[in-house]
Design a protein around this ligand. Structure first.
Ligand code: FES
Ligand SMILES: [Fe+2]
Length: 457
């Protein structure tokens, strides 16, 4: 990693230009494997995907493949997915699938039959005597990859010398632990191969500046413009709090600004449920639809918000779903989403979350693997276990609102190649997360830092 200067909010608040190299250069894309993807902590899977000893999931990242496996009731470990004999991938990803998964007590290499147990130890080498006792157990077992858990995810890092997971993630655990993300379970999860760099895909979601133009239908329900703040490697975004409103209004669960907030909040909730299928739940939608019957006409917006959340919380509690209680000031400070460097976004609320991730597709700077998943709280025993669904970037396959975001991606990737384009002129207030992403990328890559510029440059 190259040396860093200041990446405070103040430093990244100046108008900055981000060069296009990081999005377009094949050399940069190839260098990411060794300088970035083998150095950073990244999400490999959810903990609940590994319910039993021997349950495993593979994580594929830029030429590397990692096996994440439950080795004992209390322990999850990660190993490089490669046979120590002649280098065959030990576990193949089935064609067309996002990753391999399953449950096994042993892994037998399909080439010559070297066999490993669920602890990664080599337990069988056919004709072992031929090696004249020169095979040390540590050389013929699977190589460990560093792993850790936070938020209900298993995180991995291919760098044996990387800093500890919790140090890397700070201050995100402190900010998001009150939301108890580890208790949420997936409602749907989808992935696809998109025609843009992974950064273009992530940057479609890390600011609220685009909402007014890209999502005109959403903007009918209020002003969704917001701030963006820098926290070391990471960033967060949130809405501006309208005057005289509870601070919760800055969070994901907010009322609509319409003339009758009882009605417009119900309309907004139904819109999000049907047209985005993201940051709401059936309970919240039902509670919003009851507002008109439960509150008198003229109820002020902050009272509508309070009543809606109390009523939805009670309805969930009645079916055994208990939301965490988070101090409103903390909700406001935590905002609507966190950008975990380099390629994970958590859009959190007290009872649901929406996550995005994007990573390279081979070494091609013009393509990426994009993933989205939505989580909520379920009564015990009623949690669905949806498979990863492969989807094209369409409204039919992802829903209307997300397809609006996707519609900019390939066009941005192409547009940035124009000879008449100088680089991204980042909004210093609303798009600071993008400036921070490139600031931190440059620390790993040694190139591509956002540059301040003068009027006329
Ligand atoms: S490469 Fe795995 S047993 Fe030979
Ligand atoms: Fe969007």
């Amino acid at each position: 990693m190259t040396d860093q200067s200041d990446s405070s909010n103040a430093a990244l608040s100046a108008p900055m230009i981000v060069p296009v190299e990081a999005y377009l250069s094949p050399e940069y894309a190839r260098a990411e494997r060794d300088k970035l993807w083998t150095k950073v902590w990244q999400v490999a899977c959810r903990v609940e995907e590994l319910p039993e000893v021997g349950s495993f999931v593979t994580h594929e990242i830029a030429d590397n493949s990692v096996i994440v496996i439950r080795t004992t009731e209390d322990e999850i470990k990660a190993f490089h997915n490669v046979c120590a004999h002649r280098g065959r991938r030990l576990i193949d990803v089935p064609p067309g699938e996002r990753n391999a998964s399953g449950r096994r007590s042993h892994f037998v290499c399909g080439y010559h039959g070297w066999t490993y147990n669920a602890q990664g130890e080599n337990v069988l080498i056919p004709k072992q005597a031929h090696w004249q006792e020169q095979l040390a157990p540590e050389c013929v077992s699977l190589r460990t990859v560093r792993s850790g858990q936070w938020g209900g995810w298993v995180w991995i890092n291919l760098d044996p010398d990387a800093e500890a997971l919790m140090d890397y993630l700070a201050p995100i655990p402190e900010m998001l632990d009150p939301f108890e993300l580890q208790n949420m379970r997936c409602r749907w999860r989808k992935w696809g191969v998109f025609d843009c760099n992974w950064k273009v895909a992530m940057e479609a979601f890390n600011e609220t500046y685009h909402v007014a133009q890209t999502h005109p239908e959403v903007s009918r329900y209020g002003d969704f413009a917001g701030w963006s703040r820098v926290h070391g490697y990471h960033s967060n975004i949130g809405y501006e709090a309208p005057k005289d409103m509870d601070q919760n209004q800055q969070a994901k669960l907010r009322v609509s600004d319409g003339p009758d907030p009882r009605v417009s909040t119900a309309e907004m909730q139904n819109f999000i449920w049907e047209k985005a299928n993201t940051n709401t739940t059936q309970t919240l939608v039902d509670a919003a639809n009851r507002l008109k019957d439960e509150l008198p006409e003229g109820t002020p917006a902050d009272q509508v918000l309070k009543h809606w959340l109390v009523s939805a919380r009670a309805a969930d509690e009645a079916r055994g779903v208990v939301w965490p209680t988070v101090d409103p000031a903390h909700v406001a400070k935590s905002g609507t989403a966190w950008q975990v460097f380099p390629n994970f976004q958590i859009g959190h609320a007290v009872n649901n979350m929406l996550c995005y991730s994007a990573r390279p597709y081979g070494n091609d700077p013009d393509k990426c693997i994009f993933e989205g998943s939505v989580y909520e709280l379920y009564p015990q025993g009623e949690e669905p276990q949806p498979a990863w669904e492969f989807c094209g970037p369409t409204a039919e396959e992802w829903c209307f609102v997300l397809a609006q975001d996707f519609s900019n991606m390939a066009a941005v990737q192409q547009g940035m190649k124009s000879a008449g384009y100088a680089g991204n002129r980042i909004n210093p207030y609303m798009e600071r997360a993008t400036a921070n992403l490139h600031y931190n990328l440059a620390r790993f890559m040694g190139t591509g830092a956002p540059k301040p510029y003068q009027y006329g440059e």
